[in-house]
Design a protein around this ligand. Structure first.
Ligand SMILES: CC(=O)[C@@H](O)[C@H](O)COP(=O)(O)O
Ligand SMILES: NCC(=O)COP(=O)(O)O
Length: 244
């Protein structure tokens, strides 16, 4: 376990901007290289089944050029599993996906589809990918992740990040911190992410046992004004400060 918290930069929304106009720019591949140069520990991409942002071409090119690691987020479908077998990323994060959602609304229900998720974990382990399951901070889901043989969980921080008032944020934070401790006790590597930004991340990064945070929308949004290098560096500084 690292004493510092690793930063995975999600570059989906560089592709969102490109797809909005059907242009060749901005290129998420270029964004990934800039993010790595600024200190990102890994690059996260989520080729959704509707390919609304990240395209297959992005994934294949990134596989060639990334110097850190690729964290491929994907739905648990045969088509995506076959794609992962072609790409062979260092890390795969299995996520739930709904066509009509704006972004990932909750964690994967591992408990409710254990056999299917366990089979996917096995298949991905065979290509040497480190598999993580994107789940709600819920002990029942953590237990199910252990039974599926996933070495890593990524806890969905949406409830905390999107809480409508400080009391609700505090309550969600406690649920999150308890889930981190529980998952660590079960021997899992614990990552977290979703909806984290420059004002709510330090507290999460300070939770002992967190290995990595995956952050996208806030970093890409800040990059519009500050440039991507500074946006990544500013987020890394928050993560480092949390563990001092
Ligand atoms: C799984 C997750 O939390 C994020 O990677 C994000 O939800 C991906 O989807 P979008 O980038 O389309 O929001
Ligand atoms: N897995 C979470 C992620 O990659 C980042 O999500 P967001 O910061 O774009 O909400």
């Amino acid at each position: 376990m690292n004493s510092r918290v690793l930063l995975g930069v999600n570059i989906d929304h560089v592709a969102t901007l490109r797809q909005a106009r059907g242009t060749r720019y901005p290129d998420p591949v270029q964004a990934a290289l800039v993010a790595e140069e600024a200190g990102a520990d890994g690059i996260t991409i989520h080729p959704r089944e509707d390919r609304r942002h990240i395209q297959d071409r992005d994934v294949l090119l990134l596989r060639e050029v990334l110097q850190t690691k690729m964290n491929l987020e994907m739905a648990v479908t045969d088509a995506m599993l076959a794609f992962a077998e072609q790409v062979r990323p260092e890390c795969v994060c299995l996520v739930p996906e709904k066509r009509e959602e704006l972004t990932t609304e909750g964690g994967l229900d591992v408990d409710g589809q254990e056999e299917r998720v366990a089979r996917a974990c096995e298949r991905l382990a065979r290509i040497g990918a480190e598999v993580s399951l994107f789940i709600d901070p819920d002990p029942a889901q953590i237990d199910a992740a252990v039974r599926c043989g996933a070495p890593v969980v990524e806890l969905h921080t949406g409830d905390y990040a999107e809480a409508s008032d400080p009391e609700k944020a505090d309550a969600s934070f406690r649920v999150l911190a308890d889930a981190v401790a529980y998952a660590r006790k079960k021997g899992l590597i614990v990552n977290a992410g979703h909806g984290l930004h420059y004002h709510n991340t330090e507290r999460v990064a300070a939770i002992q046992g967190i290995n990595e945070l995956n952050i996208g929308h806030a970093i890409i949004a800040r990059a519009v004004f500050s440039g991507l290098k500074d946006a990544v560096r500013d987020m890394k500084a928050i993560l480092d400060r949390a563990r001092r």
